[in-house]
Design a protein around this ligand. Structure first.
Ligand code: ZN
Length: 206
């Protein structure tokens, strides 16, 4: 069932049933092709499920021995990585931005391509998710593959399950953080990271 077309074909009759159960007429003009489009969309939203995000991080570089200081808390940061994911509790989208910082380890001197970090966010967001888990998965993958001295991930997102149903909070967003290594031991580093991000401004970007 891994093949995209097989999944779409299997989903179509099920989604047609959903429309019928909602009291709709799946034969009416506007809905005729909806089960197919809906199936294609669902498969697209979850295309990261079978991918191993860590494969992307394995494309890494080792800085030369003299290209990196022996002791450091300097960070590599990538901010405003946009993503759209699907809340697994309500099957509704949530969209937001991820900010990532890590402190390369002077012993291994491993760094990854900057675009690989956004690829990592993309793969983890193309799954049925919850924001808390996604934040930790990103931090864990970087921690395990790059063996940095520290890593911190901040995600701010708006959840359509909060906007369209239930509490109907249109201007509320959720902020989650995940820290590893030096970011846990040294609060000054977190402040440095936050200063860089200027998170209050980022609120307006969503
Ligand atoms: Zn939800």
């Amino acid at each position: 069932m891994n093949d995209t077309n097989t999944k779409i074909q299997a989903l179509e009759p099920l989604l047609r049933e959903v429309l019928l159960t909602l009291g709709e007429d799946p034969g009416r003009e506007g809905l005729k092709k909806t089960p197919q489009r809906w199936a294609e969309a669902l498969v697209s939203y979850t295309q990261g499920t079978d991918q191993n995000p860590e494969d992307h991080l394995k494309v890494m570089f080792e800085l030369g021995e003299h290209e990196y200081p022996e002791q450091t808390d300097d960070m590599v940061m990538v901010d405003n990585i946009e993503f759209v994911s699907t809340c697994e509790h309500h099957m509704a989208p949530f969209r937001g931005v991820a900010h990532i910082a890590y402190i390369p380890n002077p012993e291994t001197r491993r760094i990854t391509g900057l675009s690989k970090l956004s690829r990592l966010v993309e793969v983890y967001s193309n799954r049925l998710q919850i924001q808390e888990r996604m934040t930790n998965q990103i931090a864990k993958a970087i921690d395990q593959i790059l063996l940095p001295l520290g890593v911190m991930v901040v995600i701010r997102a708006m959840h359509f399950c909060m906007i369209q149903r239930g509490v109907k909070q249109r201007s509320s967003s959720a902020l989650t953080t995940a820290r590893r290594g030096m970011f846990l031991d040294n609060p000054g580093l977190e402040i440095k990271f936050q200063n860089y991000l200027n998170l209050t401004n980022k609120l307006n970007d969503l």
